[in-house]
Structure formats: structure tokens, C-alpha cells
Ligand binder design. Sequence first.
Ligand code: SF4
Length: 229
Amino acid sequence: MSQQTLFPIDDTPLGSPSCHDCKLCQVRTKIVFPTHPAASGILAIGEAPGAEEDVTGEGFIGKAGKKLDSLMAAHGIARSQYGRANVVRCRPPGNRKPDTEEKEACLPKLAAAILKFEPRVLLLVGGTAVEAFLGKGLVFDHVMQSRRSPVCDLGKAHKALRNGLRPLLNRQEGLLCVPMPHTSGLAWNRYAKDGSRWSEIGAEQVALAVHQAKIAYDINRTSRGEKLL
Ligand code: SF4
């Protein structure tokens, strides 16, 4: 991908490496910090680190992460060219879903990372991330809504995100959110409400995120007085 990021990559720490703000600190091995969206402007957001991520401290490296890498690669976006983050940074035991208290403790940190990175598009991977930003409801319904309008007004987002991300709503391109089903093998083989496979819908949503990131990039360039080719 030839686009350059509009924002410099800043590697200063995005939080304490010894955070004790929720009980997951007692069971984690390593905190998995968010990574910068880089050239693509896309930040993928999942639920929580899994077993491999917990040991290495790197996000999205299991099978589901590799699946997302391959979907991005189909658009010329390498792993180093998109960012990764999770609703919570520490692994819940047994890969259970993060509970209310854990999300409340960690989502302000995610909001701070998003404000710092200023991604052009948030690619919400799986039900937990989709609900945090877009509110309750079926992932399929959120997917269909995102095809009509990918702009999120945060009205149904978790209150930690509503409060933390409000400054981004003033951007010309708004806060672009593209939801997609989880990329785990289990989810991937299921069928959605319209009979499509989740794998087809996932690939289409990644294409939508790439398309929206390009549009946001062009809007930014135009607003700075640059001519588009
Ligand atoms: S999940 Fe988040 S809030 Fe909880 S200990 Fe880890 S970094 Fe801190």
C-alpha cells in the first residue's frame, strides 16, 4: 500500500506495563498493548488476548489473527501496516469474555490509544468489540447498518468510549466503524441470517474498511489543499 500515514508513529508507552486496575492482572502473563494503524489507517479491535498473545505480549498472533492478516494481505496491507488492539489488554482465564468491571477498567485505555493513534477506520472484530462501540444487537444487523453508513455517533457505545472518544467526532470524516464477525474457525464456518457464510461477510467487511480508509485519507488530503490524483 503506497499511502503514507497522516500521523507520525509515536512509540511512547500506551499505559503502565504493570497495570493493576482490574483483577485480570492476577492471571495474565503479559499485557498486550495496542499497535499503531501505520500506513493503512486501520485499527482492528478484538475482544481480548488469547493464550499465545498472553505469553508473547503480541496481539492477533493465533489462528484468528492469521486469518485477519490474510484478509488484509488480499488488499496489499501487510501485518506491519495495520494496527491491533483489544477491548481488554489482559487475557481472561480460559478465554472467557471480559466481564463488566474489566471492560470498565480497560476501555478508557483503549479510548486513549485511539485518540493518540487517530486511526481512519476502526475494524471491529467479533461481538464484544462490536457491542462496545455500536451497542447491543446482532453482529449481522450491525454489519448491514455499516454498509448503509459506517459513521459511528457513539450514542450506543460503552460510556467509557463515549466519554473518551468524543473529540474524534469533530473530525471531518467522523468516527468510522466497520464491524465484522470474529475470524475464529468456529465462527467462520457458520451461516449468517441471509444465508451467507460468515467468512464471505468477513472478507466483504475488510474490503469495506479498506475502502473507507482510502476515502478518509482523500478527505484529509483535500482538506489540507492537496490535489487528488
Ligand atoms: S485488563 Fe486492562 S485494566 Fe485490567 S489489568 Fe489489564 S491492562 Fe489493566
